[in-house]
Design a protein around this ligand. Structure first.
Ligand code: PGA
Length: 262
């Protein structure tokens, strides 16, 4: 393979399709969905599939998904192991019920619940310390994009989120680029917009952690991903997977996304 081959990195990064259920599905629907995914995926390992389930279902989902390659994630966590933090869940607790990954800094946490940029670095650190794979979510609002500040905002979120991570640990980290204006709106970033943001993120990672880390890092796109736009997005250089909200709630909607290339 020649060094100039632009798709070389892409081929080595396994496609990653992540379902973010947010605060949706009742318990039976959640468990049925896992059973359906488990049966469909078998022990296939040519792509990584994970479900970020509501916290109350995590233990049950872990039990049902056992024996399948489906990853199990929480949608948020606190950075302390325990203590007086009413309503919060720690990495230690997540690990104890079989969770192997977590979303950090989802835009709904940042914008609806006013979680601070600097918390994300501590959360990423805690996840890494407890053997949980963090996905750091970054992305600009429409106002920030219109003001020409998208890259500045993304760079700040990367800086604060990865403040306490070391290069050697970055193989356990995933980044999700989710423009806030595309989340749950039906509006998707164009391939050019996604390509530009993913390129900027990979360059930033390369500057901070080195070219090899950047080349191995998976960067997901999120924001109104559906069966009819996933192919186009996955074809963009630097898009290694997708983080799917609304279209992850029914088997008919998520299966064609998981099987985007079949
Ligand atoms: P959406 O959500 O697919 O419904 O836009 C994506 C996300 O917030 O992760």
């Amino acid at each position: 393979m020649s060094q100039e081959d632009p798709s070389a990195g892409r081929r080595k990064r396994k496609p990653y399709i992540a379902a973010n259920w947010k605060m949706n599905l009742d318990r039976n629907q959640a468990l049925d969905m896992i059973k359906t995914l488990k049966a469909r995926l078998g022990d296939g390992d040519d792509r990584e599939v994970a479900v970020f389930a509501p916290a109350v279902y995590l233990a049950d989902v872990a039990a049902v998904s056992q024996g399948s390659p489906i990853g199990l994630g929480a949608q948020n966590m606190h950075w302390e192991e325990n203590g007086a933090f009413t309503g919060e869940i720690s990495a230690l607790m997540l690990r104890g019920v079989g969770v192997d990954r977590v979303l950090i800094g989802h835009s709904e946490r940042r914008h609806l619940f006013f979680e601070k940029d600097e918390w994300m670095g501590r959360k990423i650190r805690a996840a890494l310390d407890h053997d949980i794979l963090p996905t750091l979510c970054v992305g600009e609002t429409i106002e920030e994009r219109k003001a020409g500040k998208a890259q500045e905002v993304i760079a700040r979120q990367l800086k604060t989120g990865l403040e306490w991570a070391q290069a050697i640990e970055m193989s356990r980290v995933t980044i999700a680029y989710e423009p806030v204006w595309a989340i749950g709106t039906g509006e998707t970033a164009t391939p050019d917009q996604a390509g530009e943001a993913h390129g900027m993120i990979r360059d930033w990672i390369s500057d901070r952690f080195g070219a090899e880390v950047a080349d191995d890092l998976r960067i997901l796109y999120g924001g109104s991903v559906k069966a009819d736009n996933v192919k186009e997005l996955m074809a963009v250089e630097g898009v290694d997977g997708v983080l799917v909200g609304g279209a992850s709630l029914q088997p008919d909607a998520i299966l064609p996304i998981i099987e985007f290339d079949k």
